[in-house]
Design a protein around this ligand. Structure first.
Ligand SMILES: Cc1cc2nc3c(=O)[nH]c(=O)nc-3n(C[C@H](O)[C@H](O)[C@H](O)COP(=O)(O)OP(=O)(O)OC[C@H]3O[C@@H](n4cnc5c(N)ncnc54)[C@H](O)[C@@H]3O)c2cc1C
Length: 526
């Protein structure tokens, strides 16, 4: 965290130099604003699309390097295995998604920057293509998987609209700067139009429960509070799974033009999806899976437990601990890529001095053969049930038993349901087409097969952690007023799980968390 804080300032300069159009004050200096979980304005932003603009800046810089010949790009290639030789990462095996060709890429070191695994829940704010395959296959080759149960559920998403919905949409957290979150005080009012509910009958529950942070309470707290209100029968919209995010006061105070200036693109997106005008009626929002704090374990140099395998961004577990606050994931990913790995990989190469590796080395051939065999096995099932239906069912199990609130009974049940769903998958999954062509069902099937294993590990991790802490809330462990109750005596450690082989329970390794400069205490947002 210390290093991240130190280098975070460089990130903004780096991105500005790459052309990212951060918001500026009238005098030309970079502007900033507040964000969930922070009481001061310290977040640099590009309207409501900071992430997208950072991505465009990075892409442009990458394209420049590709044009200069320093970087080779292999689009439409999916990494399906890690090549490990003499205990060191020496390359990857990929499948060309268009031709189906499976081939190795050899290297002196490997970096995985393959993102988070929120799509294990099926519905999430992540892009549909996000998956855990790269890190899961590396895990099975020996990389420890740390803190898999910690999941960030973002409070500000458009509620689920129907059974066959395939993804969820995030309304940027920045909206909570000016929007006020509320539900009706009385259950009998949930069917009324929001404009017909007078001020005195509204419950601005975040402002009431957390007066100092109010609508900017951290994501886990704001999400659980929304769930509580809906569980209490005061949720609004279809199925009663929604709360209002209301801009009426902000529009009165600042004018519609100013709100349009700040959030116009988000309001437009909301209107397109829901066909409701958020300038005239409050938005409806509900929590959704958004970010995974767990990932492959890495050391200070971002190297996993497999020497030579480095992991950056959301794919690793570092920095965020139990709870990622707003505006920190991109900062961490950029810090890892721009300011940490360029130094630590050099150090690794200088000390490890990797030997030349022949393309026909037995380990390389074996890894390629493993990928080919797995692909053939998937195609050979020839069952009747669609990949998406397995994914949806897994997502339902995960959301219900390993979602916003968890308990021992639910997790134990999930640990029975997931293996039997996995067994059914391998007996009855239907994958039309062949492996020698563009076959998105085959790609999806491989990813769902991995999710079916990772989901079990997440539940196992959540079950063993007998405390509530950030993105892991065990209902058995809460304070009398419903807040997370940590157990520092027994759980101040990173749970780094080691793969123990097919069908074997993973092995738990504990890395103690030692706090030298800060005193471990319960943070209050009240
Ligand atoms: C809607 C949304 C809004 C967000 N807003 C913010 C924000 O305002 N501020 C903030 O700090 N964070 C935000 N985040 C979080 C942040 O964007 C992510 O944590 C971050 O982008 C992760 O970056 P990454 O490079 O680690 O992974 P990703 O951006 O997920 O990139 C991973 C890449 O690896 C590829 N890949 C995956 N598996 C394979 C494989 N097997 N083979 C080949 N390629 C593979 C993927 O296709 C993808 O291109 C937001 C996230 C979402 C979903």
């Amino acid at each position: 965290m210390y290093r991240l804080a130190q280098i975070s300032v460089n990130i903004i300069d780096q991105c500005v130099a790459q052309g990212v159009p951060f918001a500026r004050e009238y005098g030309g200096l970079l502007a900033n604003r507040s964000f969930g979980g922070a009481q001061v304005s310290r977040t640099f932003y590009a309207r409501g699309q900071t992430g997208q603009q950072l991505l465009l800046g990075a892409y442009q810089a990458l394209e420049k390097e590709i044009a200069k010949g320093g970087v080779s790009m292999f689009p439409r290639s999916e990494m399906l295995d890690l090549i490990v030789v003499n205990g060191r990462a020496r390359g990857i095996v990929v499948r060309d998604e268009v031709s189906g060709t499976i081939e190795p890429h050899l290297a002196d070191a490997v970096v995985l920057a393959t993102g988070g695994y929120g799509n294990v829940f099926y519905l999430s704010t992540n892009a549909k293509g996000c998956n855990a395959t790269a890190i899961w296959r590396a895990h099975k080759r020996g990389a420890a998987f740390a803190n898999p149960c910690y999941t960030q559920i973002h409070p500000t998403c458009i509620p689920v609209a129907g059974e066959y919905q395939s993804k969820l949409t995030l309304m940027s957290e920045s909206l909570r700067n000016d929007g006020r979150v509320w539900v009706p005080k009385r259950r009998e009012d949930v069917g009324k139009k929001p404009g017909d509910i007078p001020e005195s009958d509204r419950d601005y529950y975040l402002e009431r429960k957390y007066p100092s942070y109010g609508n900017l309470s951290p994501r886990d707290i704001a999400s659980r509070a929304a769930k509580e209100a809906c569980d209490d029968g005061r949720g609004v919209g279809p199925g009663g799974r929604g709360v209002y995010l209301d801009f009426a006061d902000a529009i009165k105070r600042l004018g519609e033009d100013e709100i349009r200036e700040r959030y116009g693109n988000l309001f437009e997106m909301y209107q397109r999806i829901t066909d409701e005008n958020p300038y005239a009626v409050p938005m409806r929002i509900y929590p959704a899976v958004h970010y995974t704090m767990g990932g492959l374990w890495v050391d200070y140099n971002l190297m996993s437990t497999i020497p030579g395998l480095h992991v950056a961004g959301e794919a690793n577990f570092s920095d965020h601990g139990a709870n990622r606050l707003g505006a920190s994931a991109l900062m961490q990913g950029l810090a890892d890529g721009y300011f940490v790995l360029p130094y630590t990989i050099g150090d690794y190469l200088a000390t490890a001095r990797p030997e030349p590796l022949a393309p026909d080395a037995s380990e390389v051939k074996a890894a390629v053969a493993d990928v080919a065999a797995r692909t053939a096995r998937l195609l050979g099932v020839k069952g009747r049930r669609s990949v998406a239906s397995f994914h949806r069912e897994l997502g339902r199990i995960m959301w219900e038993h390993c979602g916003m609130a968890r308990d021992a009974a639910g997790l134990t049940q999930a640990l029975e349901l997931i293996p039997s769903l996995r067994e059914e998958f391998w007996q009855d999954v239907s994958i039309p087409g062949s492996g020698e062509e563009l076959n998105q069902t085959l790609e999806h099937a491989g990813r769902v097969a991995d999710f079916l294993e990772l989901g079990e590990l997440m539940c196992r991790d959540a079950l063993h952690r007998e405390e509530s802490c950030g993105g892991h809330f065990r209902t058995e462990h809460q304070t009398p007023d419903g807040e997370a109750l940590r157990n520092d005596e027994e759980f101040t450690y990173v749970a780094a799980w080691e793969y123990a082989g097919e069908g074997q329970p993973a092995i738990l390794n504990k890395e103690p968390l030692v706090f030298e400069n800060v005193k471990l205490a319960q943070r209050s947002y009240k």
